[in-house]
Design a protein around this ligand. Structure first.
Ligand code: 6GU
Length: 266
């Protein structure tokens, strides 16, 4: 069975881009099974309520833990109000990793995405992304899920230090980061190898294509030299310079031994 990721949201249409491009093609060719569910499908009252005002007062609304718990259980059981092409109610014995986008979460990294891709490539693990809106989900949900049978892990993640209205865009970002790492999805695995070579330790070097002279702007001559060693050294220097200038924080992650080996080798 293909790696499976479910997304639960009150705005299934927000996830429409999952039909497009790389993820859309991967889904069509059966390399990944992505399903989107409407949280309101498990709301019980006439108005399909999923939120309420915060205890203790304050602005905004908080999403109800009972509704969320039911939705995640139903999704994990395989029964669904799927907005995708599959409508099956077949039980799925796989353990679930629950992913919760929130600005209070741990920063999403390539290592996180790679770990998820590795887990999902095995047949016994699946992922459920729980997209909150409003002021967030009742704080009891995550600890309760962690005690739930069949829940392997609950991970709260953030895209960075800025505020989105809800988790949907973050879910899209996470899915794109993970799905492209799944076996067979990327046409050219070299680009993944090259990325993991740098593995968030240094930034990518700048790239160029034709025309070699564009409006008086020349491509760096070394790239036209045919000297592969010189090109590799130039690119590595560009990567390191860019990283020092733009993301000095990343240099802390670059092991000195690794830096020495790599930069003596090229
Ligand atoms: Cl994951 N969620 C929300 N609501 N806002 C964010 C975010 C996530 N990451 C950055 N801002």
């Amino acid at each position: 069975s293909a790696p499976r990721l479910d997304v639960i949201t009150i705005f299934p249409d927000y996830l429409a881009p999952l039909d497009l491009s790389l993820i859309g093609k991967a889904r069509e060719s059966g390399l990944v099974d992505v399903r989107v569910h409407d949280l309101r499908a498990v709301a019980t009252d006439r108005h399909r309520t999923v939120d309420d005002s915060p205890f203790g007062g304050g602005a905004g609304m908080v999403m109800r833990p009972d509704v969320w718990s039911r939705a995640i259980e139903a999704t994990a059981a395989g029964s669904d109000g799927s907005a995708g092409s599959h409508g099956g109610a077949e039980p799925d014995p796989r353990e679930v990793v629950v992913l919760v986008p929130t600005p209070s979460g741990a920063p999403l990294t390539q290592a996180t995405a790679q770990r998820l891709a590795d887990e999902l490539a095995a047949p016994d693990v699946r992922a459920v992304v729980a997209c909150g809106r409003y002021e967030g989900i009742d704080a009891r949900l995550v600890p309760a899920l962690r005690e739930h049978d069949g829940v392997r892990r609950v991970e709260e993640f953030s895209l960075g230090d800025f505020v989105l209205n809800g988790g949907e865009v973050a879910a899209l970002a996470l899915l794109e980061a993970v799905v492209r790492l799944l076996p067979g999805v990327l046409g050219n695995p070299d680009s993944i190898v090259e990325e993991s070579f740098s593995d968030a330790a240094v930034l990518e070097y700048p790239v160029y294509t034709r025309p070699a002279d564009w409006d008086g702007r020349a491509v760096p001559p070394v790239l036209l030299s045919g000297d592969h060693g010189a090109v590799a050294r130039w690119r590595r220097a560009q990567s390191l310079t860019r990283t020092v200038e733009r993301r000095p924080d990343l240099l802390d992650l670059l092991a000195v031994a690794d830096l020495d080996r790599r930069d003596l080798d090229v």
